[in-house]
Design a binder for this molecule. Structure first.
Ligand code: ADP
Ligand code: GLC
Length: 519
């Protein structure tokens, strides 16, 4: 719901005096995190992202974009900028137009809408129907084909962030720092740099493999200066890389786990950028800050679950197992239930799960799979279920409630990722007493304690995976051991507090450096 009839300075009223909100704004009287101690020197931070879990999500980026600004609200004034996809503009929260941004080169003019979520979080919505109001995901149509104008769509996002940082468009809120996430936001720091702004910028890599690489011929449409086409700029094998723009032009880079921060400086994980990233790391400009999980992940209270349960209530957990079996058309069984909750893409190593599925079934296990992704992977999963009726069930699609019920109902989560920058699913699973069987890489290595809260394997091979599964089956046969591991996994201190401190410190450092003229 978008309303255009607002006075041009409406935003000004909101800064310090929430009573003076213009008509139609929801005044909840509280800001996210308001119960905690407030920081009297709050910095203004603009989060630039292509997903936001409350409204539109394809993976963990959506979760992080929704959770981190809320977790930081007591320390900083963090607001989110997101394109106005149908899922955003048609959501229940009203949007009021608060600004207009001019077009540039082939990037059309757009409006900025403001959405105030019930908990006080402010979302700036980039309103540009010709670019964003389409049926599909943020990146492509419902058949998984990327939109052919993604370079324009996400350059517009980056330019909007730079415009807001420059104080344009009558928004009346100018960030001290712009925090851009993944390739869709990669041009935000770049446009800011080319414009000579000295506002601090932070770029977070959630997934290095998605790079937003486009033909060099797009440069004029996007107003990319000639000098950017160099190794120290956004040039990548003769093309334009939005991700590299984020890396090259931001004041600092983070990624979402300590292990992945190190891995991406090596040829195996560096996706062609390892040399560039290694040099950033040497300069102290690249670090890892692990993701957390939010408070909604509580099996005792989660409203998505029909059977809430607490620590040690294994009968309660078993009721969720029965429900998942029913949902996936699986037979009643005394054996372990394995879950897959995943994007169906190469990264997630599903071909390895195909390789061990027969063994799991032969040993009395069952598998419930939910996922959406590449058409070939979806088809392979459907065929797998057809080969094992009653033992393996598959749902192709994306469903938050099903996913949560699967974490609650499964005994084990399968996550044989080839690489995993952080991974949230393994933390959700642990919190709900499902032990991950996962490859020892990236955030999986950092958040699963082998033999204590889950099972890790080293090599990306069926043999290595199988050995970890043997240990999972053995554990399942020893109920005391299984339950002890469940207790340890459910009480792991995964939360955003651990991430908030390092981000807050980094924001402060970067803003101070910017004030000192470092950028
Ligand atoms: P990635 O971001 O690489 O997909 P993460 O583990 O960080 O991996 O985050 C995945 C998120 O998406 C989790 O919240 C997970 O529960 C969710 N998810 C993945 N696939 C599905 C699905 N088919 N249905 C519902 N939720 C899903
Ligand atoms: C990416 C990564 C995943 C990470 C998520 C959130 O999608 O693949 O490992 O957890 O972003 O940072």
């Amino acid at each position: 719901m978008i309303s255009a009839a607002v006075e041009p300075h409406a935003e000004i009223f909101n800064l310090d005096n929430r009573e003076a909100l213009p008509p139609g704004f929801i005044n909840t009287g509280k800001t996210p995190g308001s119960q905690r101690g407030q920081n009297p020197h709050k910095r203004k931070v603009l989060f630039v992202t292509s997903e936001f879990a409350d409204l539109v999500k394809t993976g963990g980026l959506g979760d992080v974009s929704a959770a981190l600004p809320r977790a930081m609200a007591h320390l900083h004034d963090v607001r989110v900028l997101i394109p106005g996809y149908p899922q955003v503009v048609n959501s229940d929260s009203p949007i009021h137009i608060v600004g207009e941004l001019a077009g540039h080169a082939a990037l059309p003019p757009c409006k900025i809408g403001r959405m105030d979520l019930p908990d006080g979080l402010v979302i700036y919505v980039l309103i540009c129907p010709e670019l964003y109001e389409r049926e599909g995901t943020p990146y492509g149509d419902n058949n998984g084909r990327d939109w052919s104008d993604n370079h324009i769509r996400f350059a517009r996002l980056g330019l909007a962030a730079a415009d807001i940082a420059a104080g344009e468009g009558m928004i009346h809120w100018r960030p001290d720092l712009v925090h851009a996430h993944d390739w869709p936001a990669g041009l935000a720091p770049a446009y800011m740099h080319w414009r000579g702004l000295n506002t601090a910028t932070l770029f977070t890599i959630h997934n290095l493999a998605y790079q937003g690489v486009f033909s060099r011929a797009c440069s004029p449409e996007l107003a990319i200066p000639e000098h950017a086409m160099q190794q120290e700029g956004m040039e990548f094998y003769g093309k334009l890389s939005f991700l590299k723009a984020g890396l090259a032009y931001s004041s600092h880079i983070t990624t979402v786990s300590a292990t992945y921060a190190q891995e991406i400086t090596t040829p195996e994980f560096g996706c062609g950028l390892d040399g560039f990233l290694a040099s950033k790391a040497q300069q102290g400009l690249l670090g890892g800050i692990p993701n957390g999980i939010d408070e909604s992940w509580d099996s005792a209270t989660d409203s998505h679950l029909q059977h809430n349960f607490s620590l040690n209530d294994w009968e309660g957990k078993a009721r969720n197992t029965d429900q998942v079996r029913e949902l996936f058309g699986l037979e009643p069984s005394e054996g372990p239930l394995f879950a897959v909750v995943s994007r169906l893409v190469y990264q997630k190593g599903l071909d390895l799960t195909l390789g061990v599925a027969e063994d799991i079934v032969r040993q009395g296990g069952q598998i419930a799979i939910i996922g959406r992704g590449e058409p070939e992977e979806e088809q392979a999963m459907r065929e797998l279920a057809l080969r094992h009726p009653g033992r393996i069930g598959v749902r192709i699609g994306f469903n938050e409630t099903d996913a949560r019920r699967m974490f609650a109902g499964s005994d084990f989560l399968l996550m044989p990722s080839r690489y995993e920058p952080c991974g949230l699913s393994q933390m959700y699973a642990q919190r709900f007493g499902s032990l991950p069987v996962a490859r020892k890489t990236g955030g999986l290595a950092d958040t699963i304690e082998d033999g204590v809260t889950g099972f890790l394997f080293e090599a990306s091979t069926v043999e290595s995976y199988r050995a970890a599964l043997e240990r999972a089956f053995y554990t399942y046969s020893k109920k005391d051991l299984l339950n002890a591991m469940r207790c340890l996994s459910m009480t792991q201190p995964f939360n955003w507090c651990q991430a908030v401190e390092p981000y807050a410190r980094l924001y402060e450092e970067l803003v101070c450096q910017a004030h000192a003229g470092a950028y």
